[in-house]
Design a protein around this ligand. Structure first.
Ligand SMILES: [Zn+2]
Length: 321
């Protein structure tokens, strides 16, 4: 397990790193001139009482970022600020008892076998008691100000993901990570085209051209536009792979995920793989390269070809021996 650390970085930024039991094994919180950005899971010890915190800002509602907000707010007396859409999802997802069932039934419509969705329900209920968030935060939107930080909506990794920009410094949560490609999945009751959102947020990052990004996991990113371009290329490549996994026969997102991500994944990883496959399939539908069919019991996808494209199975005139 990674130790809790507190280090002074450039730009007057103090970074508090807290351990996580899974995934990247750590999450960063940043304290800058009285503003605390993100708060960890909120399960272990955190030194909130020793910090000068005037306000707490949350980048997105995932438990490793929002989990400590309630305790940190109570200990420091600071108000918690969170994105408007982000908080709505926080309540809808973590605040409801039947979220695991809603998620599982939605995954079943996308072809995930019942044995797997049963396991997801069990897991969801096992984790639920450990998920924390702050009730009724102050809500932020694109263009809101927070002290002298500019609030920027950067949807993709989460629909209501926020970034905070000041003098070339972007506190970016999981919008941009140095070594990991942030997960971009489609989930029930979320925005319909999260990958389209994410690609637009990456383009926005290139335009804003911050000098440095401080991410939720891993080291600071010193050429954010270059990293944004890499991630755009990564998703373009995965869109091609996803499209290549489609054919004229209807396939579920689960079946496509077996081709794109391989068959050897445990339940949690498969959940991410299917959600990520769905975000790519829905982008392909919007780009005219895939077609969706079905209803609220079963959804499938086929490939689709634009007028100026030649399907691989067609014997186009003038082509061939
Ligand atoms: Zn995270």
């Amino acid at each position: 397990m990674i130790e809790q650390t507190f280090v002074q970085l450039e730009d007057g930024i103090q970074r508090l790193t807290l351990p996580l039991p899974t995934g990247p094994k750590h999450v960063h919180c940043y304290l800058v001139d009285g503003t605390l950005f993100d708060t960890g899971l909120g399960l272990g010890d955190a030194p909130w009482g020793r910090l000068q915190v005037q306000r707490i800002a949350i980048t997105h509602f995932h438990p490793d970022h929002v989990g400590g907000a309630s305790v940190a707010g109570a200990v420091t007396g600071a108000a918690v600020y969170q994105g408007g859409l982000d908080y709505a999802q926080c309540e809808r997802v973590w605040g409801s008892r039947d979220w695991p069932e809603r998620m599982a039934s939605w995954f079943r419509t996308h072809g995930v076998p019942a044995a797997l969705t049963d396991e997801l329900i069990e897991q969801g209920h096992a984790f639920a008691p450990f998920i924390r968030f702050a009730r009724d935060p102050e809500l932020l939107y694109e263009g809101s100000g927070l002290d002298d930080w500019q609030v920027i909506e950067l949807p993709g990794h989460a629909d209501g993901h926020l970034g905070f920009l000041r003098e070339g410094v972007l506190i970016a949560g999981d919008h941009l990570l140095a070594r990991i490609s942030p997960a971009v999945g489609l989930y029930p009751e979320s925005r319909p085209d999260p990958l389209g959102d994410y690609l637009a947020s990456l383009e926005r990052t290139i335009e804003l051209a911050p000098r440095v990004v401080y991410p939720g996991h891993g080291e600071p990113i010193h050429d954010p536009p270059a990293r944004a371009r890499e991630l755009i290329d990564h998703h373009r490549d995965r869109l091609d792979k996803t499209r290549a996994a489609l054919g004229p026969e209807p396939r579920s997102a689960y079946d496509v995920s077996l081709v794109v991500f391989g068959a050897e994944l445990g339940p949690t990883q498969r959940r991410f793989a299917v959600a990520e496959t769905l975000s790519h399939l829905e982008r392909l539908v919007r780009e005219g390269h895939a077609a969706r069919a079905g209803d609220d019991r079963a959804v499938t996808y086929t490939d689709s070809w634009l007028d100026d494209e030649i399907p691989p199975s067609t014997n186009a005139p003038g082509v061939g021996a």
